[in-house]
Design a protein around this ligand. Structure first.
Ligand code: ZN
Length: 491
């Protein structure tokens, strides 16, 4: 246990315990000598612009003896902060917040003074990347490799020439940034970073086993002040306090609710569960990689007021959500363009979840619970077919199976493999065969197929469909191909 008291004059450290292996005075002396030496050598390295915050130094007892750890501070005239990152989309670490110095005495009683800069190479809960150890000159003299907070290996401290000259091994480009934050009150509203050059670091093919005298990886720390004078706990050195500074995400990445850097999808987009950027609710693809607001909705296709307020609200949300899919929007725009409107009703007497009546243009749901995208989508598609084929009355017998199968095929093609309506029992041979076929003809559910891609098996699956679902067992019209689906454009 060590106890240090810091006086207000900051220079003076009163130590209550037995003498340490190394004193702050000795470290200061070594640091000033190094500074002078670097200045004389006209070293232009960034390390010469780093100062030590002596009054925040702490001791740790390690196997090399007492080690003094101290926070460092960039000396920069301009307003802004140095950041470091490696790899696309990894976090950017604020150098002043994450870097640190350490000093101890070697076997010859010489002061060893080191500057350690952590560089993240991957986004993991705990630190993954390198600790670059330099001797306060330009050269990296040792690399410590961390994987999710664990030190997994390190280079030999003597092999500094090898580190820079090595051809083999695993190399990373380290990018340096100069970031300026714009704040409104206490809140940081924007961080603008400019690129400030790159360096490369290579792991050797074989790393030495970790030396237990090295500090643990830590987690990147919390930038919430919890220490004295509004200071934050250092992210890697337990017990050391530093100025607070948040880790930030690189360009085109944003921190999610867990503080992880995830791709920034851009305006009006969200990241879906598969990690793809999609339009958020109320927006639809503009065909050019962006999303535009949907200005249309239930009111454009409804001509009566038969639903309860609650059911109407529910249906309105279903329609808004339906419209976020761009092929759905095409169907919708076609229907609105033809000025067709529907009367939405609940009909508890029907024995199917939804119904479309081509004589009355009623779309009915068996219950409130069945006001959902699947039911709405199917019946609305029938309304679209009604317009597209010039009246569904011609298919009340022959071709009725075609109309039903096409509506279900459209659903199944546009739900990313989370389907199916045409065949509903996963695990059956026909379900598996159908799903495989859908995936094949739609380039894994990313595009709508054309007729030549589906013609050989289209009627084969339609026959299977009416065998499985006798309710749709009407004569097939082999001249009627699914043009209402084929008419839609990919987006
Ligand atoms: Zn139907």
């Amino acid at each position: 246990m060590l106890i240090l008291f810091f006086s207000c004059n900051q220079e003076e450290v009163i130590q209550l315990e037995e003498a340490k292996d190394i004193t702050i005075e000795e470290v200061k002396e070594a640091f000033n000598a190094r500074k002078k030496q670097n200045a004389n050598a006209r070293t232009n390295g960034s390390d010469t612009s780093i100062d030590i915050l002596w009054d925040l130094a702490i001791y740790k007892e390690l196997n090399v003896g007492d080690v003094l750890f101290f926070p460092t501070k960039s000396i920069g005239g301009e307003e802004g902060k140095r950041y470091v990152s490696s790899g696309e989309g990894t976090k950017r670490f604020p150098v002043d917040y994450t870097s640190f110095g350490r000093a101890y005495k070697d076997e010859k009683d010489e002061v060893v003074l080191e500057y350690v800069m952590p560089v993240p190479t991957e986004n993991t809960a705990e630190f993954t990347g390198y600790f670059l150890v330099s001797d306060w000159g330009e050269e990296v003299k040792q690399i410590l490799v961390y994987e999710n907070g664990n030190l997994i290996g390190q280079t030999n401290p003597q092999s500094q020439n090898e580190i820079s000259n090595r051809s083999g091994g695993n190399c990373s480009i380290i990018d340096h940034w100069w970031c300026v934050q714009t704040s409104v009150g206490d809140r940081i509203v924007a961080t603008r970073c400019t690129y400030d050059g790159s360096t490369m670091v290579c792991e050797p093919d074989e790393l030495a086993p970790p030396d237990p005298s090295n500090p643990g990886g830590g987690g990147g720390g919390s930038a919430n002040p919890s220490g004295p004078n509004g200071l934050c706990a250092h992210p890697f050195i337990e017990g050391m306090w530093v100025d607070c500074d948040a880790v930030i995400c690189s360009e085109n990445y944003v921190a999610d609710e867990n503080g992880e850097c995830v791709p920034d999808c851009g305006e009006n987009m969200v990241l879906n569960s598969e990690g793809n950027c999609v339009c958020k609710q109320g927006f639809v693809s503009d065909g050019e990689g962006g999303c535009t607001a949907i200005t249309t909705g239930l009111e454009d296709i409804s001509n009566c007021n038969e639903l309860s307020t609650r059911d109407n609200f529910k249906l309105k949300n279903v329609v808004d959500n339906y419209l976020t899919k761009c092929t759905n929007l095409q169907i919708f725009e076609y229907v609105v363009g033809e000025e067709k409107k529907f009367c939405f009703k609940i009909d508890g007497t029907q024995d199917v979840p939804g119904g479309y009546n081509y004589s009355t243009s009623d779309i009915t749901f068996k219950s409130s619970e069945l006001i959902n995208e699947t039911t709405f989508g199917e019946e609305f598609f029938h309304g679209y077919q009604d317009l597209f084929y010039g009246g569904l009355n011609q298919y009340s017998n022959v071709g009725r199976s075609n109309i039903e199968f096409e509506a279900k095929l459209y659903h199944d093609l546009t739900h990313g493999g989370l389907c199916c309506l045409a065949f509903e029992e996963p695990g059956t041979a026909v379900f598996t065969e159908y799903l495989l076929w859908l995936s094949e003809v739609s380039n894994d559910f990313t595009q709508l197929p054309n007729w030549s891609e589906i013609s050989d098996k289209y009627f084969y699956f339609m026959k299977q469909f009416i065998n499985e679902k006798p309710i749709y067992n009407y004569p097939i019209d082999y001249q009627l191909i699914p043009n209402a689906v084929l008419n839609l454009n990919d987006c």
